[in-house]
Design a protein around this ligand. Sequence first.
Ligand code: CTP
Ligand code: MG
Length: 213
Amino acid sequence: MEVSVLIPAAGNGERLGLGPKAFLRVGGKTLLEWAVGAFQEAAEVLVALPPGAPVPKGLRATFLEGGRTRQESVSRLLEAASLPLVLVHDVARPFVSQRLVARVLEATRATGAAVPVLPLPDTLIRPEGEGYGEVVPREALRLVQTPQGFFTALLREAHAYARKRGLSATDDAQLVRALGYPVALVEGERAAFKITYPEDLPLAEALARVWNA
Ligand code: CTP
Ligand code: MG
């Protein structure tokens, strides 16, 4: 795969409360090992680590220091990317199938920007105070995952535009859209969920036992 994989892994995992997720072990491997392992076919893998973190040994990846926000970490990774396509993937999502990567890449090659999304399984509401409020039609909404794919030049332009305008975003597709370019949607996967809260850990441990992708 002639693609640069960018893994922002410089977060502190505050909601989980177990230190930086890059070094968190699930199924006997760190989340960083899971993430890098999912992209073995990639020509280049770049990882942003928390400042001062030890550089992991034995991983086929290039490491650099992350920034204060995810966006800053991705900006730094983008500067170092040397190939015309990038895949940006959160270290917090260990279960990435080859099929998911292939879908994102195919749509990225065709359109320049593509992200995996999922429909919402639950009823959605806007609470009124402490109580049940207005129902938000879930059919119109999607959950956005990673890996997200982009023409490298397009994502660089989007990050530069965001810096100039002072925009901040929780993912990269938002910045491409803010620049005025469309972002294609492909089907995501429930397994690619983000380990965010302590309750997510036993789910990840259970999935790690049967994961084979
Ligand atoms: N990230 C990063 N640099 C930062 C902040 C976040 O590279 N300064 C990365 C995280 O390592 C993670 C992704 O961006 O891969 C965002 O996922 P998230 O669940 O928010 O991870 P954390 O920021 O580590 O967790 P929290 O927000 O709970 O502190
Ligand atoms: Mg975060």
